[in-house]
Ligand binder design. Structure first.
Ligand code: COI
Length: 327
């Protein structure tokens, strides 16, 4: 068994070495992302591990010809892979799940930062403006927080928030009994209308595309705070910008953004990012932007690599795998 791991960062290398040995898989690590240009350098591998770069039909077709039988993405989201094409070609696909505390801790941090206007406070401190003007915050215990999506991450966010004593509304198509002990499931409409803070933890699907749009923002409380550590596609960015401009949306904390993929994890210090919405948001007071780093902890990276390798092994051996994507 031989695995070709793409887009491997330095911090992942040691885990590929350790878990490759543990599961008896030879691992070829490449820094580059997968592309048609490198699809004919498969070095005798029969499975691949990718992150968020697009894996489309043409690429899968090339991989099929080269003998690839399993594709694993070491991410929770798998919207970047054409799973239907893979299925047609008899290639199995899996994702991973990793410590939900990585994203959940970060989400709570963003909620606190947004509520306490930390983006503004920190920028001002840098220029020695120590005034209190416009930086009064609110106390979480007095607020209602709406959590959209109660998968592992959403559920962990709820359990963290419980300690703050706030009211928590939850929305998901599939309600979990143990979440009901910590939050009240309500309709999406009620959650949108009654929450002071809305945090998104839904997957990116056709149904969830732009679930936060002009109409849904219009239903929200004035001054609502929006937090997104899930996927950029959940929010219609133009509608969010309009909401911020009009004051309807009071603040936003965004670890993800539409069309972030070509920019995040690269250094654009001296280059135009050619992403107007990103530039506008980054310069809007009250908006906190981070470059899709909520997942990035030692534990999460270890889990991502281990579960990706394990799924490849299971996929190649035809062993039932909890992470195999069934479409
Ligand atoms: C995911 O696991 O879906 C993520 O968003 C993390 C990824 C960017 C490495």
């Amino acid at each position: 068994m031989k695995l070709l791991a793409y887009s491997v960062r330095e911090d992942e290398r040691k885990f590929f070495e350790v878990y490759g040995k543990k599961y008896g898989i030879e691992v070829v690590m490449k820094k580059e992302a997968p592309s048609l240009a490198n699809a004919d350098h498969m070095e005798g591998c029969n499975c691949v591990s990718v992150i968020t770069t697009p894996v489309n039909r043409d690429l899968i077709c090339q991989w099929k010809k080269a003998g690839i039988r399993h594709i694993s993405t070491r991410t929770v989201g798998f919207d970047h892979i054409d799973c239907e094409a893979a299925k047609e070609m008899g290639i199995t696909v899996s994702n991973v799940s990793y410590s939900p505390y990585s994203v959940a801790d970060y989400t709570v941090m963003l909620i606190l930062m947004a509520v306490r206007k930390m983006g503004i406070i920190m920028k001002r401190y840098m220029v020695q403006d120590f005034g209190l003007k416009d930086v009064q915050g609110r106390e979480i215990r007095n607020l209602t927080i709406g959590v959209v999506g109660t998968g592992k991450i959403g559920e962990t966010v709820i359990s963290h928030l419980k300690g703050f004593g706030c009211k928590i509304y939850a929305y998901d198509l599939y309600e979990k009994d143990h979440v009901k002990d910590m939050a009240e499931y309500v309709s999406l409409e009620t959650l949108l209308q009654q929450s002071d803070i809305i945090t998104l933890h839904a997957p990116s699907t056709r149904e969830s595309y732009h679930m936060i749009n002009r109409d849904s923002i219009a239903q929200m409380k004035d001054g609502v705070i929006l937090v997104n550590t899930a996927r950029g596609s959940l929010i219609d960015t133009e509608a969010l910008i309009e909401g911020l401009e009009s004051g309807k949306v009071g603040a936003a904390a965004l670890d993800v953004l539409e069309d972030e993929q070509r920019i995040y994890y690269k250094d654009y210090k001296s280059t135009n990012i050619h992403h107007r919405q990103m530039a506008v948001l980054a310069n809007t007071p009250g908006v906190i932007m981070t470059p899709h780093t909520a997942f990035f902890t030692d534990q999460a990276v270890s889990d991502m690599v281990e579960y990706s390798i394990r799924s490849c092994k299971n996929g190649l051996e035809g062993i039932e795998d909890p992470f195999q994507i069934k479409i």
